[in-house]
Design a protein around this ligand. Structure first.
Ligand SMILES: *[C@@H]1O[C@H](CO)[C@@H](O)[C@H](O)[C@H]1NC(C)=O
Ligand SMILES: *[C@@H]1O[C@H](CO)[C@@H](O)[C@H](O)[C@H]1NC(C)=O
Ligand SMILES: *[C@@H]1O[C@H](CO)[C@@H](O)[C@H](O)[C@H]1NC(C)=O
Ligand SMILES: *[C@@H]1O[C@H](CO)[C@@H](O)[C@H](O)[C@H]1NC(C)=O
Ligand SMILES: *[C@@H]1O[C@H](CO)[C@@H](O)[C@H](O)[C@H]1NC(C)=O
Ligand SMILES: *[C@@H]1O[C@H](CO)[C@@H](O)[C@H](O)[C@H]1NC(C)=O
Ligand SMILES: *[C@@H]1O[C@H](CO)[C@@H](O)[C@H](O)[C@H]1NC(C)=O
Ligand SMILES: *[C@@H]1O[C@H](CO)[C@@H](O)[C@H](O)[C@H]1NC(C)=O
Ligand SMILES: *[C@@H]1O[C@H](CO)[C@@H](O)[C@H](O)[C@H]1NC(C)=O
Ligand SMILES: *[C@@H]1O[C@H](CO)[C@@H](O)[C@H](O)[C@H]1NC(C)=O
Ligand SMILES: [Cu+2]
Length: 774
């Protein structure tokens, strides 16, 4: 496969050259969302330690339980708590309960079930091998040291037993062999926050003059300061740029629309705050190396003061403006008149719909994933799930140009909140809870996954002739979750279809992260008085571990080509290349290979940024559209949540998965990306909309069956006619009873909505004080 030359528009072409120019500037890094994490999830300040046996939840919602089904399920209650209790008994770990832990203590961040090796699971679920031993994956936040680091460890076997349970550094799933350790650049978060407020205090006169407010860490602050994620990691130094934002003045989450255009750079290397340094200020594209030089310029005649971004109705999402004609009449709505036509085993998170079945798992890092997806009794995918999501910004200013969020750092699990019935999913959907265990507390988010059937607005099949018309309803089945990671709401949906195809889709809504418009014209449209829609790329990486008629699979391009040197590819010019995972050992009766084809269904574009200075090796999964490797137990995931902490030498460098290994008759894993180029325009205000911020890939059976399986449904009709008169109507045994729709079930009870989006989280009081999550 050759890489085709992209023909992006003007702005994007500009980006290529201008990004490199920006890289020559004093560079940035700091993350506002990090603050949330530490305020809440990591240090649940007001909570009692819960590691003894408080929790009722389990490691069990993790995928391994689903895969290893029964054998691993017993005793899942209290299991995470028992692991925590055991860990606190290991004196060499020197752990402090999360609620008491400060920035110089070791704490437990996460406990989950370790995903068992596929090499052990397959013989178990398909054969008569015994169930794989179960282990807990634990992440420690070791801060009682000059070199704070996260440590991935394995605890087991489970259940915990004195004498037999041990812990060991976890290393095999990562490309970096460093004892499962990665440095923690944010251990001194609180001190750093204080330090930045101290810097800000030195220009209070200026912020008061410019914006009538201060950022001092006081209750009456009207300004916020935050900056880069990841930090800039260069030549052994850790630096960051910080910028000013107006706080929103009401409930609407508008802060990321209110940048003020003043920036300062700091050197944050090391743990000794007396060594941290302010390295300069930037305002209106002019750099001032010291506070004194900035102040002197500010009070000089002719200093240009930029307009501030101030909240208004333009940044609020409630109804406003003239109501469109007839809009107040009740709109069409979906109902399921005969109830659900699918089965959900809530305990095992096992789902059956029509000829599909699968298990659902949920994790702190990456949220929802599907396992052991079978179609007509045959496994087609061993595992399908999100791996990582990147939002790579560009801009003339150091905060935008330095921002490249890798969202699994924050985790998708903690940000999957309750879905709104009748809005996020149909009112009649099945809703499942999700749980994860962090900081010695089980967190349960109610109704945060939904499953439902839905009739699309187009038929799946039709044909008409002079004597009949034949047409089939397109009924599909979806599972969905929505994760609000900071300012954005990502909607993740897997869709199963009667033609045997599976859709993987993501949509984005919520507030954009914007830039001050000053001198940013090459990086975004001006979208409000002082606002630039900061251009960025979203790239979301997925793992699709195909097993087509077993694990002896081959990647087939349009013409069957062994692809040893072309394991990383682009969709190709004009969609001319078809990518199909086939089994060459079991051709169909015509000798054609049975397989599943992978095709983009929406939003085909590549990551614009090449050789990102911000990311170095931390997101090497973003370079191509579709990447194929052999399955290895040592390569379960394309990324690590702390890749951002050491971008040059991250725990998982995806590029190292590629060594020219054979992709012919091997157990193949397809890693693919969903992407959106986002150049926010006025229509992104107040929020980006899901309609166009959308990317998808579809897996479709290719020569897999001998015909179209959607012929099996009865939900079709054939109307026969002659000379203009209908002679018969065939409905194939469809349920034809008159169904009088009772509207009640279609109207959800929204007063039941459970507000759990707050940090800290109190499992005894889910309704407890809500904090904004930006
Ligand atoms: C919790 O622990 C206490 C003592 O540590 C024990 O008495 C109690 O049975 C435990 N509860 C559960 C549900 O395991
Ligand atoms: C789970 O175990 C029960 C009985 O122990 C058995 O009937 C059932 O088939 C098992 N289910 C699976 C998916 O293994
Ligand atoms: C254990 O952690 C405490 C802080 O929680 C620290 O003061 C102490 O030095 C640590 N001990 C060892 C042996 O690392
Ligand atoms: C899983 O596979 C890896 C790599 O082969 C191995 O190091 C590890 O011990 C295995 N885990 C278990 C629980 O067997
Ligand atoms: C293990 O031993 C410790 C200390 O001897 C004890 O406190 C704890 O309850 C024991 N745990 C189990 C599961 O037996
Ligand atoms: C912030 O300023 C206060 C008052 O000058 C000082 O006591 C404190 O140590 C400073 N904090 C940091 C992190 O520099
Ligand atoms: C904010 O509060 C502090 C102390 O409470 C006070 O000194 C300061 O004047 C207040 N600032 C504003 C802008 O009102
Ligand atoms: C979700 O949790 C709530 C509260 O514990 C419980 O009542 C409900 O049954 C759970 N839902 C499912 C589908 O398990
Ligand atoms: C898988 O392919 C290998 C050759 O690559 C062959 O030796 C083996 O028999 C095949 N296994 C199955 C189950 O067909
Ligand atoms: C079709 O229906 C019309 C109206 O009922 C009738 O007049 C006509 O004879 C019918 N034609 C045929 C071919 O049955
Ligand atoms: Cu976007």
């Amino acid at each position: 496969m050759e890489r085709t030359t992209p023909s992006y528009g003007l702005l994007l072409s500009l980006l290529f050259c201008l990004l490199s120019c920006v890289s020559a500037r004093p560079e940035p890094k700091y993350a506002w969302a990090r603050e949330r994490l530490h305020k809440g999830l990591v240090k649940s300040a007001s909570l009692k330690p819960r590691w003894a046996n408080y929790t009722t939840s389990e490691l069990a919602s993790s995928c391994a339980e689903a895969l290893a089904a029964n054998a691993s399920a017993p005793n899942s209650d209290y299991e995470a708590a028992s692991v925590a209790k055991w860990l606190f008994g290991q004196t060499e770990l020197n752990l402090t309960a999360s609620e008491d832990a400060g920035s110089w203590d070791n704490a437990v961040l996460l406990i989950e079930l370790m995903q068992p090796n596929k090499s052990e699971v397959i013989p178990y679920i398909d054969g008569d091998a015994t169930a794989p031993a179960r282990y807990a994956h634990v992440v420690l936040d070791n801060m009682a040291t000059d070199e704070p680091h996260y440590a991935d460890i394995l605890v087991g076997p489970l259940p915990v037993q004195n004498g037999t349970t041990t812990w060991q550094p976890l290393e095999y799933p990562y490309t970096k062999q460093a004892g499962g350790k990665v440095r923690n650049l944010d251990a001194d978060h609180d001190l750093l926050s204080e330090w930045r407020y101290n810097v800000s205090a030195t220009v209070s006169d200026i912020t008061l003059d410019l914006w009538g407010g201060t950022a001092l860490g006081l209750d009456n602050d009207t300004l916020d300061i935050w900056g880069l994620d990841p930090y800039t990691q260069e030549d052994g130094r850790i630096t960051s740029w910080v910028t000013y934002w107006n706080y929103q003045t009401d409930d609407f989450d508008a802060e990321t629309l209110l940048p003020l255009g003043l920036f300062f750079k700091c050197d944050l290397t090391g743990r000794d705050s007396s060594q941290w340094k302010l390295e300069g200020w930037l305002y209106n594209d002019i750099y001032y190396p010291t506070t004194e030089s900035f102040r002197a310029a500010y009070y000089s005649p002719g200093f240009v003061k930029l307009k501030a971004n101030v909240e208004g109705d333009w940044a609020r999402t409630d109804q406003q403006g003239p109501i469109p004609p007839l809009d107040t009449a009740y709109p069409p709505t979906a109902v399921a008149p005969t109830g659900s036509r699918y089965k959900v085993d809530v305990e095992h998170k096992y789902v059956e719909w029509m000829d599909f079945s699968f298990y659902v798992s949920f994790s702190r890092d990456t949220g929802m994933a599907l396992h052991d997806i079978k179609y007509k009794g045959q496994r087609i995918l061993y595992e399908l799930g999100l791996q990582e999501a990147l939002a790579h910004y560009a801009g003339n200013d150091p905060v935008q140009s330095g921002t490249s969020y890798l969202d699994s750092y924050y985790g998708f699990g903690p940000y999957a909140f309750e879905l709104v019935k009748g809005y996020d999913c149909p009112a009649y959907a099945t809703y499942l809870n999700t749980t994860f265990y962090v900081a010695e507390t089980t967190h349960t988010h109610l109704n945060s996954l939904c499953l439902y059937e839905f009739e699309t607005d187009y038929a799946i099949q039709r044909h008409s002739t002079s004597s009949y018309v034949s047409v089939t309803k397109n009924i599909q089945f979806s599972i969905r979750s929505v994760c609000t990671v900071g300012n954005y709401d990502y909607m993740f949906t897997y869709t199963f279809n009667m033609d045997g195809s599976i859709g993987v889709e993501v949509r984005a809504s919520g507030y954009i992260q914007s830039a001050h418009y000053a001198a940013n014209g090459d990086y975004g449209y001006q979208i409000h008085d002082s606002l630039s829609g900061s251009m960025h790329d979203h790239v979301l990486n997925y793992k699709a571990d195909f097993d087509i008629l077993g694990t002896n699979n081959t990647m087939q391009l349009t013409t069957p080509v062994p692809v040893e040197d072309t394991s990383r590819m682009f969709w190709g010019d004009n969609g001319a290349t078809q990518f199909t995972v086939v089994n060459t050992d079991q051709p169909n009766k015509y000798g054609e290979y049975r397989g599943y084809r992978i095709l983009p269904s929406q939003g085909v574009c590549h990551l614009t940024v090449l050789n990102s200075f911000n990311l170095l090796n931390a997101a090497n999964w973003a370079t191509h559209d579709i990447m194929v490797t052999q399955h290895h137990d040592t390569e379960p995931r394309s990324a690590h949540p702390y890749n951002s902490q050491d971008v040059a030498d991250p725990p998982v460098d995806f590029a190292r998965f590629f060594d020219g290994e054979s992709l012919v008759r091997e157990d193949l894993v397809v890693w693919f990306n969903l992407r959106m180029h986002h150049i926010p325009h006025t229509g992104d205000l107040p929020n980006t909309v899901f309609t166009t911020a959308h990317s998808g890939v579809r897996f479709m059976p290719l020569n897999y069956l001998l015909g179209d399986p959607s012929r099996e449904t009865v939900n079709m009709v054939r109307i026969n006619y002659n000379d203009g008169n209908v002679s018969s109507v065939k409905t194939f045994g469809q349920k034809d009873e008159e169904c009088v729709v009772d509207f009640e079930p279609a109207e959800p009870e929204l007063w039941d909505y459970v507000v759990i989006r707050k940090f800290p989280y109190d499992p005894e009081d889910w309704y407890y004080e809500t904090e904004a999550i930006v």
